[in-house]
Write a protein that binds this ligand. Structure first.
Ligand code: ZN
Ligand code: ZN
Length: 390
């Protein structure tokens, strides 16, 4: 019992720290313990270690470490992807040999299909072009989405690529290129998630979540079946046993079938993380936004709450500057508002924006339209069905 509990706590802690280290910078988690832990891990601890190194070696160790960390953090490398593949493969090698003999033919076939999918989808997500923007393919990518005059304005150029920035695109510092509908750079696939591969990324999350959950289910039912062989009154719900007895019996099964038990436990603990990540991405699709855009929206929310943001309408027949935006896009809507922030809280006096009429102060996101939200189903279609570029 003692050993099992220690392993369970260790896996739980590792999962929690990994989650905090990777996702703690998301704006939604900023004021939570996860955001706090992220800052401790990435800001306070490195700062403390640097100070100690300064005192001991004059900063030599931290200079070398920083150089390596810079390469690891700012360049494309498959380290985390290899870790992900190893974690999958080692778990499968541990689990399958002892479990295979106990599995029904249906579970063997279904399990084998589920097993292959994450590898295939990892390959398609990692090897595909996420939507790189180059001067030569700029014009197809800027007809995908119109500028919303809120978080994307025409006429802005990428300082690194020196190309115009199409609406919803972003420069990735790790890929060193601009990406169409950039969501985020994902270190698990060693690639950006963008317009061209976001469907592969979502399917990768879905297939991994299903595989982990199915493995947990099969593992639990196999262990329960083995318990039943020794304990004829056993049911998986533990009816007729006290909590202590119930946990003791599971503890016995986990120790007796260590390989199946350890992987089952790992699956049980990691499944919520993968489902959570999938849920977060489905939420982004429902809201018609991307990971990158949530950060922009979060900045706007803060400015709105201070009363520094104004909107006014855009006439339907406005003249477009065709040197910086496309006349037609394949998106079925056009922006009807322009948003401006001011320094002094007074309405803007700008003349170079296409707005007409009075400026109206906006206090919350609910007061403005999100041009990129067509409703959940149409947003989902935009992810899974490639629109023809104009
Ligand atoms: Zn760029
Ligand atoms: Zn990238």
């Amino acid at each position: 019992m003692g050993l099992v509990r220690k392993i369970a706590i260790a896996i739980l802690l590792i999962s929690f720290f990994t989650f905090a280290a990777f996702f703690g910078r998301l704006p939604a988690l900023r004021n939570t313990p996860i955001g706090f832990l992220y800052r401790v891990l990435w800001i306070h601890i490195p700062r403390g270690l640097t100070r100690i190194d300064q005192a001991l070696t004059g900063g030599r160790i931290s200079t070398t470490t920083k150089r390596y960390a810079h390469t690891l953090w700012n360049d494309r490398h498959p380290l985390v992807m290899i870790f992900f593949i190893l974690l999958l493969s080692i778990s499968e090698l541990l689990f399958l040999p002892p479990a295979w003999l106990l599995m029904t033919p249906f579970r063997r076939i279904f399990g084998s299909i589920l097993l292959l999918l994450p590898y295939l989808l990892l390959y398609t997500s990692a090897a595909s072009d996420p939507g790189y923007i180059t001067p030569s393919n700029l014009s197809p990518s800027w007809t995908l989405y119109p500028y919303d005059f809120t978080i994307y304005h025409p006429g802005q150029t990428c300082r690194t690529c020196r190309t115009l920035k199409p609406a919803r695109s972003k420069h990735c510092a790790i890929c060193k290129r601009c990406i169409s509908k950039m969501d985020h750079h994902c270190i698990f696939i060693n690639n950006c998630v963008g317009y061209n591969n976001q469907h592969w990324f979502l399917l990768l999350l879905l297939s991994t979540a299903i595989l982990i959950s199915y493995a947990a289910y099969v593992g639990l039912s196999l262990l329960s079946g083995e318990i039943l062989k020794n304990l004829s009154s056993w049911t998986i719900t533990g009816k007729g046993y006290t909590w202590a007895q119930y946990l003791n019996i599971w503890g016995w099964a986990l120790q007796e079938y260590t390989r199946i038990g350890a992987v089952t436990l790992l699956c049980l603990l990691t499944a919520p993380l993968v489902w959570g990540l999938l849920g977060y991405h489905l939420y982004l699709i429902w809201a018609g936004t991307t990971t990158n855009e949530t950060m922009k929206w979060s900045d706007w929310t803060a400015e709105m709450a201070d009363g520094f943001v104004f909107k006014c309408s855009i006439p339907a027949d406005r003249r477009k500057d065709l040197t910086v935006e496309s006349r037609v896009t394949s998106w079925p809507a056009e922006s009807q508002q322009v948003l401006e922030r001011t320094e002094d809280g007074k309405p803007p006096r700008k003349l170079d924006v296409p707005g007409v009429g009075e400026w109206e102060r906006v206090w919350t996101l609910a007061d403005i339209e999100n041009l990129y939200d067509l409703g959940f189903l149409d947003n989902l279609k935009d992810v899974f069905l490639r629109r023809k570029e104009q």
